[in-house]
Design a protein around this ligand. Sequence first.
Ligand SMILES: Cc1cc2nc3c(=O)[nH]c(=O)nc-3n(C[C@H](O)[C@H](O)[C@H](O)COP(=O)(O)OP(=O)(O)OC[C@H]3O[C@@H](n4cnc5c(N)ncnc54)[C@H](O)[C@@H]3O)c2cc1C
Ligand code: SF4
Length: 316
Amino acid sequence: MKSFTYEKANSPAAAAAAAAGSSNARFIAGGTNLLDLMKLEIETPSHLIDVNGLAFDKIEPTQEGGLRIGALVRNTALAADERIRRDYGLLSRALLSGASGQLRNKATTAGNLLQRTRCPYFYDTNQPCNKRTPGSGCAAIGGVTRQHAVLGSSESCIATHPSDMAIAMRALDATVETVRPDGTTRAIPIADLHRLPGETPHIETTLSAGELITSVTLPKPVGGTHIYRKVRDRASYAFALVSVGAIVQRDGTGRVAVGGVAHKPWRVEAAEAEMPRGAKAVATRLLDGARPTRDNSFKLALVERTLAAVLSEAKG
Ligand SMILES: Cc1cc2nc3c(=O)[nH]c(=O)nc-3n(C[C@H](O)[C@H](O)[C@H](O)COP(=O)(O)OP(=O)(O)OC[C@H]3O[C@@H](n4cnc5c(N)ncnc54)[C@H](O)[C@@H]3O)c2cc1C
Ligand code: SF4
């Protein structure tokens, strides 16, 4: 591991100022992703800003009838919160499908959203990877691509986003709240947080350098049946090949976001209009423009079948 300096921030302003004062700083929260990447020298920050001392560990009601989740709320606490379980069951289920109990005890809301891809070539520093080293090429293209994207990929990168929680947040229309190094704040709809790879796969979000996530807000609950179904190679401790997060209302209308298929949580509002007509109709719209590789065309059928299972479960 490369050497680095470390400081513990005790206010958002101090964290932002520390970020502004160093060209290669990273915030560290649970550290469950960042430390692994540092040990492999995939991430080589010169300065770590530990944000664990900030008062971002609460879940509070908003004036609009929703909830504000502090950036440091641990995945375990979020999944277990009574209000989340009752009104945003999709989020609780998505969280509990991820990682392991120990990891969820450390992992934070912000860190989970910003975790990096699990493309095996990204982790293998002997292989070219445009995300790790811009301009070096993409070893996945032409390689083994069973886990990779079928939607929104580019000639530069075909990686997927690994977060289960982000799929639920997308279906729930969450908003990410931030503070920038100059002290200004902003609210980013979750749909606009993660980017498609294009020619710059190393730029994964629309956050600017040193921008700190302070909280994630959920709008007022929308009711309905909440389902998160994750298809993976093992029953636990594995990332999704395909996942479907859905909210289904009594009349068959609802929302659907899909994971394991793209560089960001995949949601197509026009596809949701097809929900009363069934999984095939939804999948046709949702997968419009898909570009599977020779190894992962099975994901197209898997999305449709997982959707069918979800819609059938919602009907009871
Ligand atoms: C073995 C294993 C299995 C896993 N399985 C799953 C799984 O099945 N599903 C799943 O979804 N996830 C899984 N994960 C990933 C895990 O959920 C993430 O590692 C975790 O959520 C990251 O949160 P963290 O707080 O530890 O982030 P950190 O590692 O601390 O940080 C991650 C990134 O977020 C940035 N960051 C952190 N906080 C902030 C902030 N407030 N503002 C701005 N930037 C910030 C950091 O700088 C860093 O770039 C797995 C991880 C492991 C190691
Ligand atoms: S798919 Fe993306 S992350 Fe994987 S090797 Fe190619 S550029 Fe790197």
